[in-house]
Write a new protein. Structure first.
Lengths: 244, 118
């Protein structure tokens, strides 16, 4: 007999079987919380977008896909090269180069040519900052020529908070996620629910057990995503800035 | 078989357990529905998730005019409410033998909400 199974049916059915007395509402809420913790800490949900530049404009809003929200920017590229971060306040991000030497370098006068307060990012047209996970700020307004090419942002995502009230099968998840992370999510869900005092499924020992497994799965997912879901792939590259 | 969908279903099941199926009844519909409302409040205190829709909580309340209205409750927890309704109804009886029974029914209600093995 043919039957229709939605994406999240397996995990919700497994939870109902393993956690007697679990209500649908509590299941949906804690499953959502589990997935948010998973995506926040693993950066396993990656997504690339192009941000078109506009001549003379410093700030650009970031639009994650429908139903998702931004955890953080993992990387930014411009014309196929990594774009460096720069601070525009004391508490900003990192820079690729601190200090600037101007003029012809002569050993006798080199020290006087060095200006330690000037920051730069050789090899890039501009640098960028993310002050809030809503928009990207450049340090130099793009020229007309520079504005013809978009910046490519690699983002890590989580579900948008307003999707919590939806049925799990309406969450903006993709099939590969459910396949790859079923066990992780199940452990996180059981760990969270079993820690709730006075519930029929309360069991602190099993909660600790499942939460340990959940954190282990998060670490593994983080490593796997870092390596681009390729076994034994390198997860490093040459430093940015071309100063080696 | 009692389906326990509507307020009337809960009242009928409670009457069957109370052996109060003749006219005039010992307990009025209003009395039994009041017991149902108190049971819902008690359940809300210990198991708020039973009253959650999305991320909002709604505690329903009924009157004697609501016999055909559905009681929004997960199927697995519905029988517990009839235990409480019957136990609370028997609290007002004076016979010595009904007090332990009333207590047991009301304790059973709480146990069914909180313990998986009850």
């Amino acid at each position: 007999m043919a039957s229709s199974v939605d994406l999240m049916d397996r995990i919700t059915a497994t939870a109902k079987v393993r956690l007697p007395g679990l209500t649908n509402a509590a299941l949906n809420l804690e499953l959502f919380n589990t997935l948010q913790e998973f995506f926040n800490d693993s950066n396993a949900w990656r997504y690339n977008i192009d941000v078109p530049l506009t001549f003379g404009t410093l700030e650009y809003p970031i639009f994650p896909p429908n139903g998702s929200s931004l955890v953080q920017i993992m990387d930014a590229e411009y014309k196929g090269r990594p774009l460096s971060q720069t601070p525009t306040s004391d508490s900003g991000g990192s820079v690729s180069l601190v200090g600037l030497i101007t003029g012809d370098v002569n050993p006798a006068t080199a020290d006087t040519l060095f200006t330690p307060d000037v920051t730069g990012s050789p090899g890039n047209v501009f640098t960028y900052s993310i002050f809030f996970p809503k928009y990207i700020t450049l340090d130099i307004p793009p020229s007309e020529e520079a504005a013809t090419v978009p910046i490519t942002l690699s983002m890590s995502l989580r579900m948008s908070p307003d999707t919590v009230a939806l049925d799990p099968n309406e969450w903006p998840l993709e099939e590969w996620m459910v396949d790859a992370f079923h066990e992780a999510w199940m452990d996180g869900l059981q760990g969270r629910l079993m820690s709730q005092i006075n519930k029929p499924y309360f069991n602190i020992q099993m909660s600790v057990y499942h939460m340990k497994r959940f954190r282990k799965f998060i670490s593994r997912a983080k490593q796997t995503a870092e390596r681009g879901y390729v076994y034994n792939a390198t997860n490093w590259r040459y430093p940015r800035g071309g100063f080696i | 078989m009692a389906t326990l969908d509507t307020v009337g279903d809960y009242v009928a099941e409670a009457r069957a357990l109370l052996q109060d199926t003749y006219t005039p009844p010992r307990y009025t519909d209003a009395d039994l529905i009041s017991n149902l409302n108190i049971a819902l409040s008690e359940a809300y205190r210990v198991r708020a998730d039973l009253f959650m829709i999305g991320v909002a909580f709604t505690l329903p309340s009924f009157t004697a005019a609501d016999l055909t209205k559905p009681v929004p409750m997960e199927p697995g927890y519905r029988p517990a409410f009839t235990s409480y309704m019957v136990g609370r109804a028997q609290l007002r009886d004076q016979e010595d033998t009904t007090d332990p029974r009333a207590g047991a029914l009301m304790q059973g209600f709480k146990a069914q909400l909180l313990v998986s093995t009850s």
